[in-house]
Ligand binder design. Structure first.
Ligand code: NCD
Length: 276
């Protein structure tokens, strides 16, 4: 059984192996998961993660069963523990893709699961498969070494930031500056210069479901338009008002490409787990 709980469990070489396999994916037999089943079990809302996993698995010949809004739509509503729910579903399927608001819930779930389990977001903890998509998207445009990265948003509570930062740190010479919307500090000219000179701008929405803090957004649409002409802007989505839709037309906006890459990267990851 191979569980994917944290991006920390991947070496740089593992990540490169997964990415390398993507170029040959078109040649893989499309029915590699024929007769196999995947369950998505989501205790928190999702559009991209759940549906891209489901599309990835079905496109590789497998079949999918899905529980979304699982607090209401599973026996959890009758008082069953999420661990019993996981243990039950794991008797039926080969993979569980799991999302839950509890930090460390994915690890707890993996400990009782009788099948491969993939963390699709554990509260403010991690979101390892999003980090793979983030790196893959960057690599379309820039080598992953020696990157200058500005991360903007809900630094403490956005799990995508936690996994993304850990993923970046596997590469050489990466320089990261966090612009925390909740620090309420004035941004110095030096920090601003860093932002405008970054190779990658990574934004997140405020995780309003996890706290009642009041944010002081660091940058706005106009600031974004002044970034380095070769920079790229990423956002795991969904967005709040931190990322103006007017920026979508800018060639440096790569977040819709990130969305698209979700299926191919998850296809490669599922095969990587299966072949491990
Ligand atoms: C993120 C998540 O669920 O952590 N969404 C995603 O999977 N792309 C980001 C978020 O909810 O802010």
């Amino acid at each position: 059984m191979k569980h994917i709980l944290s991006i920390g469990q991947f070496s740089r070489r593992d990540i490169e192996t997964i990415f390398d396999s993507i170029s040959s994916l078109d040649y893989y037999p499309k029915d590699i998961f024929k007769g196999k089943k995947l369950a998505t079990l989501f205790f928190e809302p999702s559009t991209r993660t759940r549906l891209s996993f489901e599309v990835a698995f079905t496109e590789l010949g497998g079949s999918v069963v899905s529980v979304e809004n699982a607090f209401d739509n599973s026996s959890n509503a009758k008082g069953e523990s999420f661990l019993d729910t996981v243990k039950t579903i794991s008797q039926y399927v080969d993979f569980i893709v799991f999302r839950h608001p509890g930090t460390n819930s994915a690890e707890e779930a993996a400990n009782v699961a009788n099948c491969h389990l993939i963390n699709a977001g554990d509260g403010a903890g991690e979101h390892p498969t999003q980090a793979l998509i983030d790196l893959f998207t960057i690599e379309r445009y820039k080598p992953l070494d020696n990157l200058k990265v500005s991360i903007i948003g809900d630094i403490n509570y956005a799990r995508t930031i936690h996994s993304f930062t850990r993923a970046l740190n596997k590469f050489n010479g990466v320089d990261i500056f966090n612009f925390d919307n909740f620090k309420g500090h004035k941004i110095s000219d030096k920090d601003k210069a860093y932002f405008y000179d970054s190779d990658v701008i990574y934004m997140t929405r405020n995780q309003t479901e996890r706290h009642n803090l009041v944010s002081v957004p660091s940058f706005d649409y106009l600031d974004l338009t002044y970034i380095n002409k070769n920079a790229i802007v990423l956002h795991p989505l969904p967005r709040g008002n931190e990322l103006d839709i007017r920026f979508d037309a800018d060639p440096r906006a790569k977040y819709w490409e990130q969305v698209k890459n979700g299926v191919i990267v998850r296809k490669a990851l599922l095969q990587y787990i299966f072949n491990a």
